[in-house]
Write a protein that binds this ligand. Sequence first.
Ligand SMILES: [Ca+2]
Ligand SMILES: [Ca+2]
Length: 272
Amino acid sequence: MMKILIVLCLASLACANEHERLADQELANAKIALDELTYTKQELIYNVMGHDGERETGYENEVEDPCANFECSIGRECTIDEFREPFCVCAESCPQEENSNDAIHRTKVCATNNVTYTNLCEFHRRKCEDTNSELKRIDVDYYGECAEMGECSSADMKEFPGRMTRWFNDSIDLIRNRAEEHGGLTQKEMEFFEEGWGEKTNVIYWKFGRLDKNPADLYLTFTELEALRAPIVLFEPCTKPFLQSCDKDEDRQISALEFGACLELKPEQIPY
Ligand SMILES: [Ca+2]
Ligand SMILES: [Ca+2]
């Protein structure tokens, strides 16, 4: 119970504006709200909108600011060269803003080097500044301070695929009536749903497609899995062992086939 309440709180904090209406809903909606955090995170990462704050000053008219519509990834910010061409540099700072609506500046993250960073922006800023490449292979592991992982019992592990699939399903229900530009189903996703693979295949490969963006090559890397892993690892100790178990050929990526198989799709339910 406590575990789920914590999940609900974390997700609600990140999505307060958009999901106030979820605040009073019961336990079952925790997973839905959690996925919203995932979606928010994905959107921020994959739309590469890291810098949306104060711009370079010195221009009376914002329209003339070359940085006005120039986006930099998380942890970087826009500046201009001598020809007034915009380019991205490492952000000067990423202050933690506990009351911010922006999860990038509010939520602490634990990286795979077991170091806690004040927020996602700061983690990427440090990577940007890392001239020795010490952080090159380090990813965000999960949201929250680095902590001892709970035990993943064999019973929890056994039911984990079912829980994860239901979570995907709840997530689709939540966005079903949204416009595409607000995270709703895309034309391509709806066309896939109409191919007749069945509900379980639909929800599993809907999620796979949302994660497989960088690049979209039918393989999920550890980095691409961040949006799936990071919000739930602290509260779902089976997350990492489960994802590791999906990588049957141990090439450190989860193929579309491996993803479907470990979520218990039968071979005839897998379109890849
Ligand atoms: Ca990929
Ligand atoms: Ca693999």
